[in-house]
Design a protein around this ligand. Sequence first.
Ligand code: 5GP
Length: 183
Amino acid sequence: MLIGPGGVGKGTLARRLVDVDDRLWLSRSWTTREQRAGERGDEYHFVDRATFQRAIEEGRFLEWAEFHGNLYGTPMPDAPEHADVLLEIEVQGAEQVRQRRSDAVVFLILPPSMERLEERLRHRGDDDEHVAVRLSSAPAELEKGQQLASHVIVNDDVERASSQILSILEELRQLRRNPSSKD
Ligand code: 5GP
């Protein structure tokens, strides 16, 4: 899982990771949020609240959470066998996944600075009010994120940060294949 405050670049990192590592399978979340101007239609499965709520009742989510008034959820993964599932989610969802899957690995993605975070939020087209709301929740997300994280990654540069994540994943896969290689 990749977690971290909105605007930190989790989406770009996630896309880069699946491009480079073909054993990773990126989950596509459902959301009731409106599609942003300029946002790709395949970023999410965009649905209305009634449809989302029905899917909750039908047990179709691995996790779901309400974030700033919208619902977000991970459908039960339909990944090929042997793939490692990559989720890009907020902290409440990450906590639920951690409870269900003790082998889940959590990467907390940090911005190089709060100023850069604000810049990125503005760049992706959120208006002032949205930027302010999202920035105001960043400290709580970071605090909860620190508690959940197995690894903390500073996203100062997408290539560097993704290489760091990929090398940690490689070590974890090595351990999974050969648990005694730990020491
Ligand atoms: P945004 O509206 O900026 O696309 O996403 C808002 C937050 O929801 C981000 O932190 C994003 O990672 C998170 N998010 C996206 N998909 C999911 C999901 O399926 N479940 C949960 N719990 N959070 C999600």
